[in-house]
Design a protein around this ligand. Structure first.
Ligand SMILES: Cc1cc2nc3c(=O)[nH]c(=O)nc-3n(C[C@H](O)[C@H](O)[C@H](O)COP(=O)(O)OP(=O)(O)OC[C@H]3O[C@@H](n4cnc5c(N)ncnc54)[C@H](O)[C@@H]3O)c2cc1C
Ligand SMILES: *[C@@H]1O[C@H](CO)[C@@H](O)[C@H](O)[C@H]1NC(C)=O
Ligand SMILES: *[C@@H]1O[C@H](CO)[C@@H](O)[C@H](O)[C@H]1NC(C)=O
Ligand SMILES: *[C@@H]1O[C@H](CO)[C@@H](O)[C@H](O)[C@H]1NC(C)=O
Ligand SMILES: *[C@@H]1O[C@H](CO)[C@@H](O)[C@H](O)[C@H]1NC(C)=O
Ligand SMILES: *[C@@H]1O[C@H](CO)[C@@H](O)[C@H](O)[C@H]1NC(C)=O
Ligand SMILES: *[C@@H]1O[C@H](CO)[C@@H](O)[C@H](O)[C@H]1NC(C)=O
Ligand SMILES: *[C@@H]1O[C@H](CO)[C@@H](O)[C@H](O)[C@H]1NC(C)=O
Ligand SMILES: *[C@@H]1O[C@H](CO)[C@@H](O)[C@H](O)[C@H]1NC(C)=O
Ligand SMILES: *[C@@H]1O[C@H](CO)[C@@H](O)[C@H](O)[C@H]1NC(C)=O
Ligand SMILES: *[C@@H]1O[C@H](CO)[C@@H](O)[C@H](O)[C@H]1NC(C)=O
Ligand SMILES: *[C@@H]1O[C@H](CO)[C@@H](O)[C@H](O)[C@H]1NC(C)=O
Ligand SMILES: *[C@@H]1O[C@H](CO)[C@@H](O)[C@H](O)[C@H]1NC(C)=O
Length: 556
């Protein structure tokens, strides 16, 4: 409650006439936002309101539908980030059954961390107007594209939000030259507005008979947090990370400039945007990515029923074979007792021989094994990724560590890793380290160099419910933090992926950026001299005690 009162009094400092003046100067692209589930409730911020049963029913039907949710500003794919966890200020349905009336009858819907106002960004001028407004009023800014962020970085309570989802241009250019570069530097590319997500781009690339290397989700954006934080793909072992493949950004910086950043101009900013993280150096309006030709690839999709007795051998086989598989171009995901791996480098017969150790084990356990050729990335995506999309309504906290090759070479560390995986509440391992990729030097990007040597990006996580107590939610973050520390003990000199990391990551500067942090900080200060952009554990973060971060727990 205290938090809410504070938020409201803060907003009152800016009178409604200034908001309408802001709207006028934006040609009407300022909107107010309320929690998505509000139509189900009869109390909002402790004031009676009329529920809207038909709007509530639509939301209930689409509560886990990422396509639906990504078209709406208030969405956060992990709904806890739209709440204020420390004050239990929330507006949640029961994701296990969105029609469960216990979630919304006799319960109040609160604004939580959802910005009361957002700008539907359409031009550089919209962003410049927001920067001046924030600078003059002290109102914090936040930036959101898809709302997928696992650490809540696309929401700041009481902020003026910049929503980039409707920047939707896409162009294919087989001979793109980054602006200001010599014409000999010509690339096969797709340039995309900041609002397009992977579903849009994979379809567009397919129509142009090329392959865009991107994430394992329909609605993650290609130009926002994904690419600025690292950007992994199951094809990254062969074709690199998002930060390796991006050639140019169009970005509006808080210093008031609209800049094209690439390897020939504004190179410091380009380097910072290639791994320094979203929401930090400016608002990206457009990005250009190198594409590959149409790819045929081998897919290995295996799953078995997990029992306490068969998982040790399963993980041992995965760990023991990983160096060999990495040399053959395999990347993929391990999700508990299922794996989905791809390689563009082997024939079908080679793929079958390569996967034999795990295929025969899974078969022996009564599981299912499919190894087949897909003629394009798009066919693969439609067949394997779309139907198994991660649910986007769960209240979920994750933590992770990049596991370097040294762990897989050492029998001692390998067995420690298996022991640890067996204790996890859930296992999610993107096998995405860019181990065969050598076209971008590590120092051209600013994410932790630990990526370059890593085979696995090991995650665990915990889920809870709409009615879990504040103390228990806090304890879940604490347990995930502790699992992250246990992973860190196995690979103390490695790092972590900032987009899929422990929310309460210890020594986050070193974990996410290694030795690059101090240079990133000076670039941050150059392009954001008045500190208009900030987010949790981002470069130049003002710190936990800043009032923008009151909804994060005092400690995990
Ligand atoms: C279901 C799911 C699947 C995922 N799959 C993958 C995967 O396959 N590979 C992978 O690497 N990661 C994956 N992720 C993690 C993903 O990279 C992060 O969630 C990432 O932050 C998403 O970026 P976004 O811009 O789409 O999301 P948002 O939450 O909108 O933004 C994330 C961050 O970027 C900033 N930002 C967004 N747009 C802009 C912009 N235009 N300019 C400046 N800053 C901006 C925001 O302020 C925020 O800090 C997945 C996440 C989920 C929930
Ligand atoms: C801003 O103006 C547009 C167009 O007049 C209007 O639709 C919108 O509701 C206004 N936004 C706010 C927050 O009042
Ligand atoms: C919500 O989901 C239902 C059924 O799943 C679908 O028919 C409907 O079109 C969806 N509504 C919106 C607004 O997307
Ligand atoms: C999800 O939402 C999209 C967009 O609103 C809609 O087209 C689609 O039908 C929905 N899917 C389901 C399964 O309801
Ligand atoms: C922000 O305010 C400072 C003075 O406090 C001023 O010098 C600067 O020009 C302002 N920047 C923007 C983008 O408005
Ligand atoms: C492709 O890029 C080149 C060089 O940057 C430019 O001259 C050309 O007009 C672009 N073509 C298209 C179709 O945009
Ligand atoms: C698509 O690309 C593939 C591989 O590069 C090529 O063999 C094929 O002819 C192309 N198809 C079309 C329609 O251009
Ligand atoms: C797992 O077990 C369930 C029920 O025991 C069965 O329906 C399912 O097919 C099994 N899955 C696999 C992959 O063997
Ligand atoms: C994995 O390798 C270790 C030695 O490094 C060995 O002890 C173990 O038996 C192997 N496990 C399997 C299932 O092959
Ligand atoms: C880069 O990798 C390719 C393919 O694996 C290999 O042929 C090439 O020799 C490597 N180049 C360098 C400079 O290591
Ligand atoms: C990366 O390192 C190489 C050689 O070590 C150097 O020539 C190059 O300038 C560096 N690039 C950047 C962006 O620092
Ligand atoms: C939360 O709600 C579920 C389902 O409505 C109920 O079974 C459970 O007991 C509730 N838990 C708490 C802590 O109230
Ligand atoms: C995490 O580990 C610390 C240190 O061992 C312990 O004090 C704390 O209780 C643990 N947190 C949770 C939530 O279990």
């Amino acid at each position: 409650m205290f938090r809410l009162v504070l938020a409201l009094s803060w907003l009152r400092l800016v009178s409604s006439s200034s908001w309408s003046a802001l709207n006028d100067s934006l040609d009407g692209s300022l909107f107010s936002a309320r929690p998505l589930a509000l139509p189900c409730f009869s109390s909002f911020n402790n004031t009676p309101v009329h529920p809207d049963p038909s709007a509530c029913a639509l939301l209930q039907q689409n509560y886990s539908n990422a396509t639906y949710k990504s078209s709406l500003y208030p969405n956060t794919m992990q709904p806890e980030w739209g709440t204020c966890m420390t004050t239990h200020s929330q507006c949640l349905l029961d994701y296990t059954d969105p029609t469960n009336p216990l979630a919304f009858l006799d319960a109040s819907c609160d604004q939580g961390s959802i910005s009361p106002y957002y700008i539907d960004v359409r031009s550089p001028q919209d962003v410049l107007t927001a920067f001046s407004f924030a600078n003059a009023t002290g109102i914090p800014l936040s930036i959101k594209n898809s709302g997928h962020d696992y650490k809540g970085r696309s929401n700041i309570p009481s902020s003026l939000a910049l929503w980039t989802r409707n920047l939707n241009s896409m162009t294919y250019n087989a001979s793109f030259v980054p602006e200001g570069c010599p014409s000999s530097q010509s690339y096969n590319t797709i340039t995309t507005g900041a609002g397009n997500n992977f579903q849009d781009l994979y379809a567009f690339a397919d129509q142009n008979n090329v392959t865009l290397i991107g994430g394992y989700a329909q609605t993650v954006g290609a130009s926002g947090g994904w690419v600025m934080g690292g950007g992994h793909s199951v094809l990254s072992p062969v074709y690199g990370l998002g930060i390796d493949r991006v050639l140019q950004f169009l970005v509006v910086t808080p210093s008031g400039l609209t800049l094209t950043a690439n390897s020939c101009q504004n190179t410091d900013l380009f380097w910072a945007l290639r791994g320094g993280g979203g929401g930090t150096f400016g608002v990206v309006l457009e990005s250009t990515h190198r594409v590959e030709g149409r790819l045929s690839m081998q897919v290995a999709s295996l799953s078995m029923n997990a029992t306490s007795t068969n998982m040790r051998a399963y993980y041992e086989i995965l760990v023991n074979n990983s160096m060999q598989w990495a040399s053959e171009g395999w990347g993929g995901h391990i999700v508990d007792s299922a794996i989905n791996y791809v390689t563009p480098l082997l024939s079908l017969a080679e793929a079958q021989a390569s996967m034999e150790p795990i295929a025969s084990y899974v078969t022996s356990q009564g599981g299912s094994v499919v190894i087949e050729t897909m003629d394009s990335w798009y066919d693969y995506f439609e067949k394997y990724v779309v139907p198994t999309q991660e649910s986007v309504a769960r209240l979920l906290a994750i933590g992770s560590r990049l596991m370097p090759q040294s762990v897989f070479i050492s029998p001692t560390l390998s067995s420690q890793l298996v022991d640890l995986l067996l204790t996890f509440p859930l296992v999610y391992i993107p096998v995405v380290g860019p181990v065969l990729y050598n076209e971008t030097a590590a120092n051209e990007t600013s994410a932790t160099p630990a990526w370059r040597d890593s085979l696995w990006h090991v995650n665990t996580g915990l889920m809870w419910y709409f009615n879990t107590s504040t103390a228990d939610v806090n304890a879940n973050f604490g347990l995930v933090h502790n699992y992250t520390l246990a992973m860190t003990e196995i690979a103390p000199d490695s790092g972590a992926y900032l987009n899929e990391g422990d929310v309460y990551q210890s020594d986050h500067e070193t974990a996410f950026w290694g030795d690059n942090y101090s240079e990133l900080l000076s670039i941050k200060q150059k392009y954001d001299p008045w500190g208009l952009l900030d987010c949790w554990q981002c470069v130049g973060w003002k710190g936990h005690s800043n009032k923008d971060f009151e909804c994060y727990f005092p400690s995990p």
